[in-house]
Structures are given as C-alpha cells and as structure tokens.
Design a protein around this ligand. Sequence first.
Ligand code: ZN
Length: 203
Amino acid sequence: MNKLLLVSILLLAFSNIVSAEVYTISGYTTFSDGTPVKKTKITVECSANEYNCTSINDVVTTDLNGKYQIVLDINKSHNGKELSLEILGEYFFHTMELKSQNETQQEPAIQDIQLNQNPPTYPLSFSACCVFLIFSIAFVIAISRTFNRMINPKEEFIIDRIIVICPICNGNLPNHLLIRHLIVEHDIAASDAANISEQATKY
Ligand SMILES: [Zn+2]
C-alpha cells in the first residue's frame, strides 16, 4: 500500500514537471464604441506580482475583425496564475484556470476585451493612404497609356501618309518605304539611300 502511494506521488510529481500543455485564450477586442481593434499587437505576460512565471511571454496580433488568439505552452504550475494582456497601452488581466488532470485537452478560455479608448480619429489610416496612392498611380498610368494610344496611331497615320517621290524612277511611295525601295529596286548603297531619302523628304 505504501509503495503504491509512493509510486502515485512520484507519478503525480513527474506529470506535473513533464506534462506541458497548451492553454488557449481567445476573444474579440473592441474600442469603447464597439468597433473592432484591427491588426493590433497584444503583449501577453505574467502579471508583475506572479512568481515563477517568466516563461510566458508572447505577442499576438488581432485580425481584421478584432479577434485574437493566444496559444501558450504551460504546465500545471501555471494554474491560477494571472496574465496581463497589454493592448494600445491598456492592461487587461486573465487568470489561468486549468481543467482537471483527467482532461487532456484544455478548452479555449474566452475573454473579450473592450478598450476604454476610442478608435483613432484620423479618417484615413496609413494603409488606406497606401492603397489610395497605389490606385492613384495605377489610374495615372492607365490614363497616360490611353492617351498614348490615342496619340500614337495618329502619328503613325500621318507618317504613313507622307508620300514622297522616288528621285530615280519618279514613283510615288510612302516616306518610310523609300530607303528600302532605293536599296532593293535601284541597288543603291544603304548610306546613299539614307541621304537620298533625307533629301526627298525635305521637299
Ligand atoms: Zn524608284
């Protein structure tokens, strides 16, 4: 009987040391007016008055709905310890209550956080400004491309319509085809063809 008790005590002690568990806290963070605290860091630590609790030190970020989830590796010794959750300079507290040893899975602790402060008053957040800037640049590029498309075909059209007269055969042909025509039809060297073309375009 004594042996059994001893083994039990040893097992209990052993499981206390070894049995690392996962403790989850989750909830929604809101400003005093109820709007979600989006993409904001929450720093999790043990409260200053708790001893032997330095292993808990984590930073999580709320999502776009203000939801957060803190997943902590803990052991039985953390039962009843008080955690502080710091968000935007405000502190909130959570006491860890571990379920009985028989339960292998700790259920997530739900703690919603409502700040005393109001949401920031500036109308455009930094990210909103970035998005606006990117859209503005994209808009300007799109406009300038459209503008170029409107201008360039016209220019090409005008160039196409400049008809020059070949000084060799007096044939009419588009300006940009003259050099090729001189080289191919009249066996003129490329440099000479360029000169002739230049002369022909002037008149
Ligand atoms: Zn010709």
